[in-house]
Design a protein around this ligand. Structure first.
Ligand code: UDP
Length: 406
């Protein structure tokens, strides 16, 4: 802030110096120097005007912000109310469940026991979901559930009425009811580094906390960083900026299972994968949507690095409780290379301010997104959902009983 005031004062006193002076032949050198100073100051002025909009956004956000109080698990309850609101008036009938059945895996909770149709499209994902269902099932009423294990949501507002389908991620154009992703426990993306999928959230939290406490903010590399595959072209501009300005950002595409040629890594050889713990050595970490929301999002915060969150459409259940400019820097999904560069430069020149945002983001995830919060969310979600059923579910034939793994 002091630096900003200093530059504004300089600009004020220096403005128009050379134009108003009479430059004799003897004083030509002095005039030339003044002209160069003037150019520098105009440049500084332009930069600071550019940064001012970010500083104002931070100030405004801080003025309005009240940290949610999660002692009663209240941070995420609005999401449940909102996602269930399309079903509030008429409730959820058995016909609606039948109509949605082929869009997800059919589960029943009957008499405190869990049942599922025999086949599950992604067995590890079903296992990740069932871990939580079995944890909360105890006192819940009977209910039928359609749980979508694909990445993509299923009930678009452009295609008919709301269908009661549970999905892990969506945009506001979908009626799907959000549930905490399977990957909190099992079935997360398998890459060469994590051949059995991303580790369980409770364990990964601890690993990331350790990694980030070993590298203090001041020692982090003040560069932007991203490693991941090209699951969305919204990532391209950062990759291109990294190729043009490697001193500012290190962003490279890795292979995923769909990789066929260098075209899939934007005409460059695929980069080696980097563990999430190693991301913590960089000050600025970028998050993008993939096919839907990306699982990296929550991990990045635990690095105690500043998260640049690109795009605001795709979300998981906990995203809405996090606020732009408070917990992360929001970036337009259409940001070109220049805008990305400006944002990184802004962060570099306002270290104390962005460090505060980085730490607030970290504390939010660390304090409010514990495994117990995930379990609690599942429980509240199913309790509220079951109240909307307009019929009494009875156990269907040909289902298998799902029990706790030994
Ligand atoms: N990932 C990682 N290191 C890498 C590449 C990917 O840790 O070098 C993780 C990343 O955090 C994400 C998952 O692997 O959770 C899949 O990443 P990818 O970019 O392939 O797809 P996304 O799910 O983000 O669309």
């Amino acid at each position: 802030m002091l630096r900003l005031i200093y530059i504004i004062i300089l600009i004020f006193f220096a403005s128009g110096l050379c134009e108003e002076q009479f430059c004799s032949a003897e004083s030509a050198d002095l005039c030339k120097e003044n002209e160069i100073d003037h150019q520098k100051l105009s440049y500084a002025k332009a930069i600071n005007e550019g940064y001012q909009k970010y500083l104002t956004a931070i100030q405004d956000a801080e003025q309005d912000y009240k940290e949610c109080n999660n002692t009663k698990h209240s941070c995420f309850k609005d999401v449940i109310v909102r996602d269930l609101s399309p079903f509030k008036k008429k409730g959820i009938s058995e016909e609606m469940i039948v109509a949605a059945k082929n869009r997800g895996t059919f589960y029943q909770i009957i008499g405190g026991k869990l049942y599922r149709e025999k086949d599950c499209m992604f067995p590890a994902r079903c296992a990740g979901i069932e871990h939580f269902l079995l944890k909360v099932i105890g006192n819940l009423s009977n209910m039928d559930l359609i749980i979508n294990t694909r990445d993509y949501p299923q009930s678009s507002e452009y295609f008919g009425n709301a269908m009661p389908i549970f999905s892990f991620s969506k945009t506001s154009q979908y009626y799907d009811i959000m549930y905490p992703a399977w990957a909190f426990w099992e079935g997360g993306p398998a890459i060469s580094l994590y051949p059995r999928g991303l580790d369980r959230w409770d364990r990964h939290r601890k690993l990331l906390n350790k990694a980030s406490s070993e590298i203090p903010w001041e020692k982090k590399d003040n560069k932007g960083f991203f490693r991941g595959s090209r699951t969305s072209s919204e990532r391209d501009n950062l990759i291109l900026l990294s190729r043009n300005k490697p001193h500012l950002v290190d962003a490279q595409y890795t292979k995923n299972q769909a990789w066929k040629s260098e075209e899939d890594t934007l005409h460059a050889p695929p980069a080696s994968e980097v563990s999430l713990e190693s991301h913590c050595t960089y000050k600025y970490l970028f998050n993008f949507r993939g096919v839907a929301a990306s699982f990296r999002h929550k991990h990045l915060f635990l690095c105690r690095s500043l998260v640049f969150h690109v795009g605001d459409e795709w979300a998981e259940f906990y995203y809405y409780a996090m606020k732009p400019w408070i917990h992360y820097i929001p970036v337009s999904k259409n940001a070109d290379q220049k805008e990305l560069e400006n944002l990184i430069e802004f962060a570099r020149s306002n270290d104390d301010i962005v460090k505060k945002i980085a730490y607030r983001g970290r504390d939010f995830i660390w304090n409010n997104l514990q495994m117990s919060d995930v379990i609690h969310f599942w429980k509240q979600l199913l309790k509220s959902y079951s109240k909307l059923l307009t019929y009494k579910p009875v156990l269907k034939k040909n289902l298998i009983r799902i029990e706790k793994k030994k």
